[in-house]
Design a protein around this ligand. Sequence first.
Ligand code: HEM
Length: 181
Amino acid sequence: MHPDWQDQARSEVQQVCGNCHPKFETVNKLKTLGMILNEVIRLYPPIAVFRREIHKDTTLGGIAIPKGTQVIFPTLSFNHDTSLWGEDANEFKPERFSEGITKAAKDDSAAFIPFGYGLRSCVGKNYAMLETKVALAMILQRFSFVLSPGYVHAPTSFVTMFPQHGAPIILDNLHSDESTV
Ligand code: HEM
């Protein structure tokens, strides 16, 4: 959907990794790719809500929360909140992460919570981001791609967020004349 960002990400991969397999050291230098991935999981957090059960009577921000209450953290709503992200909250703008995660939202370093927050936040966070970066870097080295005209934008959430009707993509092999859907 954003060929300009695809081009930028590919240039970065070519500059940092050349045609070699991405390695731990080189993947960590893929800043543009990291910004793009952060923006993707801000707009479409794979886990749209997470919960906590309150184990003892608690007062939080002046609100009394009795023991046994289930508190829901709506990641999706936080990540789209214009008071945190600005009027362009619903737009795809990876540049908002150019100075890192803590500076991306208006004045709240805890606004970006696709992996949860605090002591029980996701233990697979770094692994998930690393694996996605490696996979995308390897795809960018080999293919350019566009969404198929048959794509229907219908993100939905059932356990995790996913494209309801799939995401058919047309791949163009950069090293041959063949296209693959
Ligand atoms: C993009 C991929 C992923 C996303 C968005 C994600 C998101 C989350 C979220 C929102 C939580 C709940 C955090 C909380 O309650 O504060 C969580 C917990 C957890 N995640 Fe992930 N996760 C991802 C990938 C992974 C992977 C790859 C692994 C394992 C290799 C993993 C293992 C876990 C575990 C074990 C917990 C429970 C942590 C605890 O309760 O102490 N996650 N994840």
